[in-house]
Design a protein around this ligand. Structure first.
Ligand SMILES: NC(=O)c1ccc[n+]([C@@H]2O[C@H](COP(=O)([O-])OP(=O)(O)OC[C@H]3O[C@@H](n4cnc5c(N)ncnc54)[C@H](O)[C@@H]3O)[C@@H](O)[C@H]2O)c1
Ligand SMILES: [Fe+2]
Length: 349
């Protein structure tokens, strides 16, 4: 038996922030990062929280560490809010999800408002946290992490810098491509992954150039890809990206962009995955092979000015062992031993 489950109610469109009216008059804790708190975007969010008493936890940093979550739990418990709103990219969303999860009030109403496109965290049971002492990124996976509501308002993405748009956009493509071939993929997740991949493939270059309509398409693609991988799982591209992301300071999407073409070539030795990669390639108007998909992604990455390799050195055997133990790795369509993961790492570091 297989299952497919959808949880958050999704509000989208130009007036989507208006849905926050549902929280009117409540005590609300907003979780965000320092940049967003100062950028004017937070004021836009506060404007939609009519009559609310708003407390802001704005200490989130990229790849949120465990200590930060512990501080956030403390703030949450002393603020005693009636609802939480996570506002930002994947880092604030994941930090807020983990704060609620580890607090004494895991049932607190939780709204997610993404400002990057992105992680799809607004619709996933994942929160990726970093153990800075061990240099490891852990995906925490539990349905209790799912937000109650997600608000997609593309106008919030107008000022995202081109490099962040490129990094986060490649994360969308990695979610769709990995989720499409993952072991737990189903006809439901396939439909979402196919549409997300084709939409992001077409929209990403214009989104990076600043086109607002393309950014709206990327926000939609990000959410669709999140719904796909939340059900299907991911694979070794994310397993390896988490392992490297715990060791070096590099945006998550940029690591995926380096790894994905190599992972596609590796997985294409498995017949069903090869066929599905070919179908994705065809949906993007390219030849229907895994090889064409991988080379198309390399070309896209180059056209966006993104690197093919890390410049730092990394302990590859140790990084391969961490990737092997990652929660995403077992969903990969082709089994990979530590030695094979180390060979893949050699391509990027
Ligand atoms: N939970 C999930 O399902 C999931 C999936 C994939 C990745 N992740 C995790 O999410 C994190 C990455 O999230 P991210 O890629 O969204 O980056 P991020 O949240 O770390 O943000 C990156 C940068 O973009 C800035 N930014 C965000 N919104 C902006 C806006 N509207 N305008 C201008 N600047 C803006 C931030 O201030 C920050 O400097 C990683 O920890 C990754 O592992 C989570
Ligand atoms: Fe990701």
């Amino acid at each position: 038996m297989e299952t497919f489950c959808l949880k958050p109610r999704i509000y989208f469109g130009s007036d989507a922030l208006g849905a926050l009216e549902a929280l009117a008059g409540k005590r609300v804790l907003v979780v965000t990062d320092g940049f967003l708190a100062k950028s004017g975007l937070l004021d836009k969010l506060k404007g939609a929280l009519r009559g609310c008493t708003v407390e802001v936890f704005d200490q989130v940093i990229p790849d949120p560490p465990l200590e930060l979550v512990a501080r956030g739990v403390h703030t949450l418990e002393s603020a005693q809010p009636e609802a939480m709103v996570a506002f930002g990219g994947g880092s604030p969303l994941d930090c807020a999800k983990a704060m609620r999860y580890f607090s004494a009030r895991p049932e607190l109403p939780f709204w997610a408002v993404p400002t990057t496109a992105g992680t799809g965290s607004e619709v996933t049971s994942f929160a990726v946290l970093t153990d800075q002492e061990k240099g490891v990124k852990y995906p925490l996976v539990d349905d209790a992490l799912l937000p109650d509501a997600a608000v997609l308002d593309a106008s919030l993405l107008a000022g995202v810098p081109p490099a962040v748009t490129a990094d986060t956009g490649m994360d969308v493509l990695a979610h769709a491509a990995e989720g499409y071939v993952a072991r737990r993929a189903s006809p439901f997740s396939d439909a979402l992954a196919e549409h997300a991949f084709a939409l992001a493939w077409q929209a990403l270059p214009a989104a990076v150039a600043g086109d607002l309509e393309a950014r709206a398409k990327m926000l939609l693609a990000s959410c669709l890809a999140g719904m796909a991988f939340n059900s299907a799982g991911l694979g070794i591209c994310h397993g390896l990206a988490h392992s490297l992301g715990g060791r070096v300071h590099m945006p998550h999407g940029r690591l995926n962009a380096m790894l994905l073409p190599h992972v596609i070539r590796f997985n294409a030795k498995e017949g069903e995955a090869a066929k599905k990669y070919g179908r994705l390639s065809q949906l993007c108007g390219r030849p229907g092979t895994a090889r064409a998909l991988a080379s198309g992604l390399v070309r896209l990455r180059e056209s966006l000015g993104m690197p093919a390799r890390l410049t730092e050195s990394v302990d590859r055997p140790a990084a391969a062992r961490t990737a092997l133990a990652d929660r995403c790795t077992p969903d990969n369509p082709r089994a990979a031993a530590a030695a094979e993961l180390e060979t893949l790492l050699r391509e990027v570091v």
